[in-house]
Design a protein around this ligand. Structure first.
Ligand code: FAD
Length: 441
């Protein structure tokens, strides 16, 4: 390739220990030119770790790395902090992990501590009531916290701004990726034009449609479920009308199923199309009103604040590592929100992976640790996160009354048995999945 030999110098924009950008000259290795990467005179920014995606997973990874003294840049193509209307449930081990970053109290301040969750029959109010207080000996947080994902991204973004070694850059989209045995080189589009970022490792936390996954040719095996879920929020006080509600309720009703998840000032209702309805018809305000009226009939219409339809998937990446590119969160696994495990599992990935990056970068540990990361986290995603979410989703989609009776009786018997109840909660609260991962060496 013309103009591409190892003797050429390159202007390199580097972030120094005080987090200031400095330009230095650096020799170009032929590999970069050979792959159409930075040409003579182009500006390259260097960091130890580049994180693609400033969702909950990327921000947690970035904060943990920077706190360990590793220069980290997090990029996100969005123009600002993620305000997505998505996760609302934080599980106990996630709260413990976020507490290490000083984020948990802020979440609690903006959330609802929810010691119980339930599966119930709408018409009879019969229920299987799970009580996380039985986990008091297993976790400092024996409850689910009902709090919006966007509270976490806001808090984490604010913390990132005050964290040395960490820069979060919005409006920066990763568009190209290559790697050799020393670095990953990412081409990004910024508001000021294209740039090249070079890092020892790239944490791919760019979500379901991950560019990092596509650019490394990784497969994302799985399926998309047929139904569309309609998320509708309302300030109506269901708790004053439906006896014995928890803050998290998965409900069977004669016409199908719905769920009611409470947040400090709002209820989130997950609704589904009726059998004779298209999704377009189901999204009509009148159709949403009709379904809310089935939950609690009232003379005045419901105030619906937000409506969001979404499809759900069950997918898993084949390997959490492609050389120096390491996958975490939705880019690695996608699952039904039923049970609230996607974001939580992604944060667990971020914690596991950042520990390994610290060991490799700071303590000279072998890169084989990144294969251990796959061996630890992928089976948990497959057999705990995806499997439980799939079972939860399947349970709620069943319509046969006899099956529902039998399942309700089974769950109530399980709860009546203290050991079985605790074991179930350890699993559904994602505590046993973490223990399982830790046991893999
Ligand atoms: C309705 C709903 C309810 C849910 N409820 C729960 C729940 O209660 N509990 C739970 O645990 N999970 C829940 N989930 C799942 C949860 O929202 C996701 O698992 C979580 O957002 C994954 O976080 P992430 O950081 O991996 O990805 P994301 O949050 O998707 O973040 C990825 C980021 O990458 C950025 N990005 C993408 N491409 C590029 C690129 N090329 N360059 C730069 N940046 C890029 C995006 O802009 C985005 O900010 C729910 C999901 C939905 C839809």
């Amino acid at each position: 390739m013309p103009g591409c030999d190892a003797a050429h110098a390159l202007d390199v924009l580097t972030i120094d220990a005080k987090f200031q950008l400095v330009i230095m000259r650096r020799r170009v290795r032929p590999w970069h030119c050979a792959r159409g990467q930075p040409q003579l005179g182009s500006i390259v920014k260097e960091v130890a770790v580049l994180v693609c995606g400033a969702g909950p997973v990327g921000l947690v990874a970035g904060l943990r790395l920077a706190r360990a003294g590793i220069e980290t840049v997090v990029i996100d193509k969005a123009q600002g902090v993620s305000e997505d209307f998505r996760a609302s449930t934080f599980h106990p081990p996630t709260l413990e992990m976020l507490d290490e970053l000083g984020l948990t109290q802020g979440l609690i301040d903006h959330g609802l501590v929810s010691p119980t969750w339930q599966i119930r029959r709408h018409e009879t109010h019969d229920k299987a009531l799970f009580d996380l207080s039985v986990l008091a000996g297993d976790t400092r947080y024996p409850f689910r916290l009902q709090c919006e994902q966007r509270v976490l991204t806001r808090l984490a973004d604010a913390l990132a701004r005050a964290t040395p070694n960490l820069q979060v850059r919005y409006g920066v989209e990763l568009t190209g990726l290559s790697q050799d045995d020393a670095d990953v080189t990412a081409t990004v589009m910024t508001p000021d034009g294209p740039e090249t970022l070079r890092a020892r490792y790239l944490v791919a936390a760019d979500g379901a449609r991950s560019a990092c996954r596509k650019l490394t040719g990784m497969t994302f095996t799985g399926e998309t479920y047929p139904e569309t879920t309609i998320l509708a929020t309302t300030p109506f006080r269901f708790e004053d009308h439906l006896p014995g509600l928890s803050n998290v309720n998965y409900v069977w009703c004669e016409q199908g199923t719905f769920s009611l998840l409470r947040l400090p000032e709002i209820w989130r209702c997950s609704l589904y199309s009726d059998p004779d309805e298209t999704i377009e018809q189901a999204l009509e305000p009148a159709a949403i009103e009709r379904k809310l009226q089935r939950i609690v009939p009232r003379e005045v219409p419901y105030e619906v604040v937000e409506i969001r339809p979404y499809r759900i998937h069950r997918r898993l990446i084949d390997d959490y590592r492609a050389g120096r590119v390491l996958f975490a969160g939705d880019t690695a696994h996608l699952t039904s929100p039923s049970g609230g495990m996607g974001m939580n599992g992604g944060i667990h990935d971020a914690v596991n992976l950042s520990d390994k990056l610290v060991a490799v970068i700071k303590q000279g540990a072998s890169e084989d640790l990144f294969d251990l990361y796959t061996r630890q986290r992928r089976p948990v995603a497959e057999e705990e996160i995806l499997a439980q979410s799939h079972a939860n989703r399947t349970r709620m989609q069943k319509r046969d009354p006899a099956w529902r009776d039998a399942e309700m009786a089974r769950l109530q018997a399980l709860i009546a048995d203290p050991a079985a109840h605790r074991a179930h909660l350890l699993k559904s609260s994602m505590i046993s999945g973490l223990a399982r991962a830790a046991a893999v060496t």
